[in-house]
Design a protein around this ligand. Sequence first.
Ligand SMILES: NC(=O)C1=CN([C@@H]2O[C@H](COP(=O)(O)OP(=O)(O)OC[C@H]3O[C@@H](n4cnc5c(N)ncnc54)[C@H](O)[C@@H]3O)[C@@H](O)[C@H]2O)C=CC1
Ligand SMILES: O=C(CO)[C@H](O)[C@H](O)COP(=O)(O)O
Length: 301
Amino acid sequence: MELGMIGLGRMGGNMAQRLIKSGHRVVGFDPSTERVKEMVRLGVIGAASISELIDKLVSPRAIWCMVPSGQPTEDTVHELGGLLSPGDTIIDGGNSNYKDSIRRAGNLAEKGISFLDAGTSGGIWGLDEGYSLMVGGDADAYRRIEPVFRSLAPSSEKGVGYVGPSGAGHFVKMVHNGIEYGLMEAYAEGFELLRAKADFNLDLTQIAGIWRYGSVVRSWLLDLVELALKEDPGLKNIRAFVEDSGEGKWTVQESLDLDVPLPVIVAALQVRFRSRQDQPFGNKLLVALRNKFGGHRIKTE
Ligand SMILES: NC(=O)C1=CN([C@@H]2O[C@H](COP(=O)(O)OP(=O)(O)OC[C@H]3O[C@@H](n4cnc5c(N)ncnc54)[C@H](O)[C@@H]3O)[C@@H](O)[C@H]2O)C=CC1
Ligand SMILES: O=C(CO)[C@H](O)[C@H](O)COP(=O)(O)O
């Protein structure tokens, strides 16, 4: 098949390469001309603009957006909507909010353009390992573009599927990321406790390596724990400031809307917020209150 790829960053660039390796023709655009040049060297047919990318594809076109969620995705889908023809399909593989995807699908359907929200997991390893793909939207468009999805997936049979109507793909990816927060936090807490038992002087890298095989808690995230600890056992070169790109917040918002308790995921999100604070005011207030009611000591340094 042939596919247009908009956004040739860590994800889009690798996805383009994986598709080319499987024999697909990929036309790519990125605002960074340097990035386009790099990808052309790897087999992508470069385009200097979105309209040039469209001109280089044959109808019915399929165009994958792999740009940051929010405004960049909004602008890209909007521009595509003004340039594409009925029968064409836009696939958003970024981490978009599912409510935006439902809205975008509705607006595009009025023009006869199909929209697929393709939740994508696999990170920078997807180039070699394949991407887990959870796709929502127009079922006929999914069937037309299935060869692309199957080439991106870990195998043509596994790790890919149509999950439901517009928004369902990004909803499933949002929950996937909420689970990711909880799993990561559990590993982080467990390894912190191991490290704190100073009299045992435990080798955390060794323990991660032991747990990776046969243990109940083995997982790909644990593989990555071992990798990170091997590179920097004390994580001395990392500042404990954990960012987020929104999906955890949306997961928690959904738990409020649907009255579904998510104590682990909520706590994991809150830990990230706390990590960004130096000397949090709330903690200072705890100290002040203990002092007021019990005369407990205030540490000033
Ligand atoms: N990095 C990851 O582990 C994963 C990322 N995602 C999602 O994939 C999308 C892309 O992420 P990454 O590749 O990691 O980001 P990135 O920052 O590496 O690449 C984004 C690319 O989009 C381009 N871009 C920015 N604004 C644009 C616009 N308005 N029009 C066209 N191109 C534009 C940038 O020049 C850049 O090359 C995001 O929505 C992200 O949330 C999804 C799964 C995993
Ligand atoms: O989708 C992903 C992994 O599955 C991305 O890596 C995402 O950025 C992770 O979420 P956050 O940035 O909020 O930690």
